[in-house]
Design a binder for this molecule. Structure first.
Ligand code: PGA
Length: 243
């Protein structure tokens, strides 16, 4: 399976910025991986239009658990699909922290995303305090069993919260151990499908550390925040993927 390099633009981006960034991605030519960009909801339709005919996919950063209704300010999965998205990030730690999203909420959103034809990327990862207390394995195992339905067929992103936007990354040994643990848990939860789920690493992935992280066992790609806002950096990370 090809590695996936996914860009999470978070709450950043204007139409002008998207045109520059996405234009550079579409012109990049052959890469050793698949590319996905997840702009803010306001730009999904425009980015999808700009990427028509390219292999770069478009995703949302969240969706509501209901397909429509009286939920002011929210965006439903079928609306993302209608705008041109084929993927959606769910349960990002910033959603879990800023919007109180529990594993149960993420589970419901996964069902909604799949029903709308979107492939979910479910994020898991421990806080710094949990890491220092040696609880990361238990935390991540609990997030996986609580957030994933038993027929899950999307991707998982391991993002230690203390590594997001901080420039800090876990050691290669720690990433390897956590990805092995996630693979084992996915097989327990999902059976043979669990072997094929892409497990992305996220948290301060940069051009400088991408090759080392992407070469680790069971790392199926990267979920990139800050460095996905600059085409040169995002493409350098993509170029570092394992062919
Ligand atoms: P970062 O964000 O690359 O800026 O650390 C990663 C993420 O939150 O997905």
């Amino acid at each position: 399976m090809r590695q996936l390099i996914a860009g999470n633009w978070k709450m950043n981006g204007t139409a002008a910025m998207a045109a520059d960034l996405v234009g550079a991605l579409a012109a990049a030519g052959e890469l050793p991986c698949d590319l996905l960009v997840c702009p803010p909801a306001t730009l999904i339709a425009e980015v999808a239009r700009l990427l028509t005919g390219s292999t770069v996919a478009v995703g949302g950063q969240d969706c509501h658990a209901r397909p429509s209704g009286a939920h002011t300010g929210d965006i439903a999965a079928p609306m993302l699909r209608d705008a041109g998205a084929t993927w959606v990030i769910l349960g990002h730690s910033e959603r879990r922290a800023d919007h109180g999203e529990t594993n149960e909420v993420v589970y419901a959103k996964v069902l909604a995303a799949v029903a709308a034809g979107l492939t979910p990327i479910v994020c898991v990862g421990e806080t710094e305090a949990e890491s220092q207390a040696g609880q990361q394995a238990a935390v991540v195992a609990g997030q996986l069993s609580g957030s994933l339905p038993e027929d899950f067929a999307g991707a998982v992103a391991y993002e230690p919260i203390w590594a997001i936007g901080t420039g800090k990354t876990p050691t290669e040994a720690d990433v390897t151990a956590m990805h092995a643990l996630i693979r084992g848990r996915l097989k327990e939860l999902l059976g043979p499908t669990g072997e094929r789920i892409l497990i992305l690493y996220g948290g301060s992935v940069k051009p400088e550390n991408a090759a080392a992280l992407l070469a680790l066992p069971e790392v199926g790609g990267a979920l990139v925040g800050g460095a996905s806002l600059k085409a040169a950096d995002f493409l350098a990370i993509a170029a570092a993927a394992q062919a």
